[in-house]
Design a protein around this ligand. Structure first.
Ligand code: DGJ
Length: 735
């Protein structure tokens, strides 16, 4: 008779004593499980009772044996539950605080206890391994497997959980977190973000007080519109760029998320992160596995800058699609034409693309729909046939035109959405997310299609596949998503509380299928600006659109904040006509990431055009440093007249420094030298001002070289002023 059948007998009351013994599930020895990366350790410990808790999270100790003494050094009062530091807090048994998991068993019972059973480690390669820890309920046949994927050199951990059971009926999961961290410090400083359309990534830093602070989204799609899941926690005091203990966290998920940050009565911080359980109780059948999305975190004892470089390196190597690959510079027509274009106008823009010197022309919104033509944002979404009046010869003639001009062609789609004024809406009302008995409510005049429905998944996949099949030379997709979900209801699903989860599963199924057939075609992740920037989606996309706000002054702040979490190669920055700054300033700002343009090239004065052409040419020689180099934030736009940041290549032989005036008050400028970072103190470097506007000269002494030591300890003054509001410096090792 095995354990579970014995236990069943116990439940029925036959072997009550046996059940009590089993329910104790005692371990012969406590178990210590270190989760190590190059510089940090998270140490888990299962006591003899099998309660798995976190006893340490921070910079690695030299002597591993000393982790056993850590817990004894704290005198923070009683842990009445013995699971205050639980690595995955169950609810309904001993826990007194916010749980990671809450369930109702098949028999209506709401209690759960989880005890350590075993763990194992799998080596993926020299850098990556996966630790799995099995936890079981001693009373119910219910288990959770915790996974910790470590990226040793990058100091990054990805954590997720698998939940399953073999109970007699369905178990309802009311909460099902990806991860449950436990941190000890004197105080905790949360750096979080909020925003709205054109106001993405507004930071706020505050000290966490006792109780729970929640970061969450209930928007369904465009989930980051008001708040993304990325955050930082500084320990003891707010970390700076170069100093302090700081943990970065993010959920790799594009749907509703919830991150609870709870400072408990013992003054420890519990972080519980996962899918938002809002309206999403999940019925799990016996034998089925529920896999949570991944929660990502990285710890640094050297401040925010080091943490972000770790994350950027990790993203390029392991997450962002083609993170070490090439990217296409482009000319987009959104702000240049909006919906007002035709074949001739586009043919001109394609010629302009060539003239400008970028790689690709990107045709934006407005090219499709006939019965309800897409001439503004009120109609046509969902009808993905070329508009015959605007494009009588179809997309293929534009792709050909691009080829004739030796540039590539890309196209905008928003395949998850529908306007009520569309043939799609008329033909397939059942594909639309809405409450059948309630009035529709629109976001940008549109509704969301029900991606929980496999037919809708096929429809969305076929939009992309159809475009590529009919136009094999199509080279780029911009995938937009402009609406949130109101009136969440799927005509397809039986269980509406699965809706938000099934939507995301549907979306990822489609993206996976697209990538199986088109593994590397560059795709931009856009969501009415940056409404959907996360690593759940970015594994299918090569880049993202940070914001529709392209005013360069605003963009400096927005791009600055994104850069803590995402590498420069993934940030699509376009030069547009927003803002009052000169073209040079706008271009210099766009160049700090993946450069693109959205301007009317034909209207550029000759010197502006020449300037753009020269910048694009020099960007080609520097892009490897910007895209693959280490990024250092030198002078923050939030605190200084001048924002400065730089990139250095791995060999510390080449770099580029961007400096922007962000204060237009009288006398604003670079009064002090900017201290560079990341160079070799022993090497000598030559600095040269680049991106000079035609017929202007630089006041900076050209050709003079400085030691890395000098540049990092004294610094270099780029001489930024209102007359020189942006200055780009190229750094080259003197050999
Ligand atoms: C929102 C995007 O962010 C813009 O760049 C543009 O593509 C429009 N949608 C088109 O409708």
């Amino acid at each position: 008779m095995n354990y579970f059948s014995l236990r069943y007998l116990a439940i029925t009351g036959v072997f009550v004593i046996l059940e009590i013994l089993f329910s104790m599930m005692l371990l012969a020895q406590p178990v210590t499980i270190p989760v190590m990366t190059e510089n940090n350790a998270m140490v888990l410990y299962a006591n003899k009772n099998g309660d798995l808790g976190t006893v340490f999270l921070g910079p690695k100790l030299t002597n591993v044996a000393e982790y056993d003494d850590v817990a004894g050094m704290y005198r923070q009062g009683d842990d009445y539950s013995n699971i205050l530091n639980s690595a995955y807090t169950p609810s309904g048994s001993r826990s007194l605080l916010e749980p990671a998991i809450t369930v109702t068993h098949w028999d209506g019972n709401n209690s759960l206890d989880l005890r350590y059973v075993s763990h194992s480690q799998t080596k993926v390669d020299d850098n990556v391994s996966v630790l799995s820890i099995l936890l079981k309920d001693p009373v119910y046949d219910f288990e959770v497997m915790l996974f910790y994927k470590t990226y040793y050199k990058e100091d990054v951990i990805e954590q997720w959980s698998e939940i399953k059971h073999r109970e007699k009926g369905t178990v309802v999961l009311h909460k099902y977190a990806s991860a449950n961290l436990h941190i000890k410090a004197k105080s905790y400083w949360l750096n979080q973000y909020h925003g709205d359309w054109a106001k993405e990534m507004q930071p706020e830093e505050s000290r966490l007080t006792h109780g729970i602070k929640t970061l969450d989204s209930k928007l369904g799609t465009r989930a980051n519109l008001f708040q993304p899941s990325v955050f930082m926690i500084s320990l003891d005091k707010p970390a700076t760029e170069d100093e302090g203990n700081v943990l970065y966290g993010a959920l790799e998920y594009s749907g509703n998320f919830k991150i609870d940050l709870e400072v408990d009565y013992q003054d420890n911080l519990r972080i519980i992160a996962g899918i938002n359980n809002y309206a999403s109780a999940y019925s799990l059948k016996a034998g089925e596995t529920f896999t949570t999305p991944v929660f990502l975190y990285t710890f640094s004892s050297k401040g925010k800058g080091a943490a972000s470089r770790q994350l950027q390196r990790w993203a390029r190597t392991y997450k962002l699609l083609d993170g070490h690959g090439d990217r296409l510079t482009l000319l987009n027509n959104w702000e240049a034409t909006y919906f007002d274009f035709n074949e001739n106008k586009l043919a001109e823009l394609i010629k302009d693309t060539k003239k400008l010197g970028v790689d690709l022309f990107l045709l934006d919104d407005g090219w499709f729909a006939n019965k309800y033509p897409r001439n503004d944002d009120r109609a046509g979404l969902g009808d993905w046939q070329e508009n015959r009046r605007k494009l009588p010869n179809g997309i293929s003639s534009l792709v050909k035109e691009a080829k004739n001009n030796s540039v590539k062609f890309g196209i905008w789609i928003e395949p998850e959405m529908v306007n009520p004024q569309s043939e799609l809406y008329e033909k397939h009302p059942g594909w639309v997310i809405r409450q059948p008995k309630r009035e529709e409510h629109y976001f940008r005049n549109q509704l969301v299609l029900d991606l929980a429905n496999p037919q809708v998944q096929d429809f969305v996949y076929n939009i992309v596949d159809g475009l590529f099949t009919q136009n094999p030379d199509l080279a780029y997709i911009k995938w937009d998503c402009n609406a949130v979900i109101y009136n969440a209801h799927s005509a397809y699903l039986k269980n509406q509380s699965h809706f938000y989860i099934e939507y995301m599963r549907g979306l990822y199924t489609v993206l996976k299928k697209i990538r199986a057939k088109y593994p590397k075609v560059p795709m931009m992740l856009c969501s009415g600006g940056g409404g959907r920037v996360d690593y759940g989606a970015l594994q299918y996309f090569t880049e993202f659109w940070p914001s529709d706000n392209t005013d360069p002054l605003e963009r400096i702040f927005i791009q600055w904040e994104y850069s803590y979490f995402y590498p420069a190669i993934s940030s699509s920055n376009h030069v547009t006509d927003w803002g009052r700054q000169p073209l040079k300033y706008r271009t210099d700002v766009a160049m700090m990431g993946k450069l693109g343009f959205d301007i009317v090239v034909s209207k550029l004065p000759a010197s502006d055009l020449r300037f753009c052409q020269e910048v694009i040419a020099s960007y080609k020689t520097l892009k490897d440093v910007i895209w693959q180099g280490d990024q250092y934030r030198l002078s923050s736009p939030w605190e200084n007249d001048v924002a400065s940041l730089m990139y250095v290549n791995a060999g510390q032989s080449r770099g580029v420094v961007f400096n922007y005036l962000v204060n237009s008050r009288y006398g604003g400028g670079s009064k002090l030298p900017v201290k560079l970072k990341g160079l070799d103190p022993k090497k000598k470097y030559r600095l040269k001002e680049i991106n000079l506007y035609p017929d202007t000269t630089s006041p900076l002494e050209s050709g003079k070289s400085y030691s890395g030591d000098f540049l990092m300890n004294v610094g270099f003054n780029p001489q930024v002023s209102s007359a020189r509001s942006s200055v780009v410096l190229q750094i080259e090792e003197e050999v």
